[in-house]
Design a protein around this ligand. Sequence first.
Ligand SMILES: NC(=O)c1ccc[n+]([C@@H]2O[C@H](COP(=O)([O-])OP(=O)(O)OC[C@H]3O[C@@H](n4cnc5c(N)ncnc54)[C@H](OP(=O)(O)O)[C@@H]3O)[C@@H](O)[C@H]2O)c1
Length: 276
Amino acid sequence: MTGGSGGVPCEPLVYAVLGDPVSHSLSPTIHNAAFRAMGRSAVYLARRVTAEECGPVLRSLALAGGGGNVTVPHKEEVLPFLDRRTEAVEVTGACNTFWAEEGAVWGDNTDVEGFRGTWERATAGLRGGVEVLVLGAGGAARAVLFALLETPAPRRITLWNRTEARARALVDHFGGGGIELLHHYAGTAPEVVVNATSAGLDGRTVPIDLSRLGAPPRQVIDLVYGSEPTPLCGHALALGAVAVDGLEMLVRQAEASQVRWFGEPPPRGVMARAIG
Ligand SMILES: NC(=O)c1ccc[n+]([C@@H]2O[C@H](COP(=O)([O-])OP(=O)(O)OC[C@H]3O[C@@H](n4cnc5c(N)ncnc54)[C@H](OP(=O)(O)O)[C@@H]3O)[C@@H](O)[C@H]2O)c1
């Protein structure tokens, strides 16, 4: 393979998703499709790493001119290995994208941008401010809440988590501003439900029973992907709601990663078609 100017042979730049597990990850498929479409001399791999390995591997990839993504469960642990952090990393306390500029290793959290795009498209038809119920209190919920607080604000944002203490800590993390902690979701009537829990990854479990809400939601956004439909999307569709799974957000956050690495997105639709 050749790269650079004058046809001088060079090694492809190496990008990787770092996490554990990573064998299920669709990131290599969508990023390599983008590299091919752009004619880049680059390769994207999936690397299963321990917590101890993740930061050093991240730095060596970035400082060699490549970069990558961090996934569960290392998004928070890698922060000490970054020289520069975007506001999204500072606020969410999580990094999912890394690269280097002028010898400094940067980290961003493009899950925020990925969710924002999905939210804007999914809720475009809902008039007026909506009430949204966010489920979960992990890294994904942080990205979702930051994105929601930054967009034209929903009328009401409520948060429920299986372990209430974690949800309370998350509300406190955001200074309480604009996020209400729910002790019980039953009887509430959000127009939109966002699943930022990992319930459903097994293809069976739903995070909540939507029929216990005061009224069926109009829209469900499930960050989980894998089974089609996901358990929560299937449950929502049966109740007459519109539902979108996490594949759209996956593609949007990956497109944003490519912009961080190369300054431009891949051609529209290349990544989505790679997994379509
Ligand atoms: N589509 C995308 O691009 C995208 C991007 C980021 C993340 N995600 C997905 O988002 C999900 C969450 O990721 P994360 O990083 O936030 O994980 P995390 O930090 O491990 O948090 C997991 C969350 O799920 C909750 N949970 C787990 N099992 C549950 C169950 N059976 N019922 C109800 N709640 C349950 C946990 O509640 P407790 O606190 O009670 O344990 C916690 O709130 C994952 O499935 C991930 O793949 C998707």
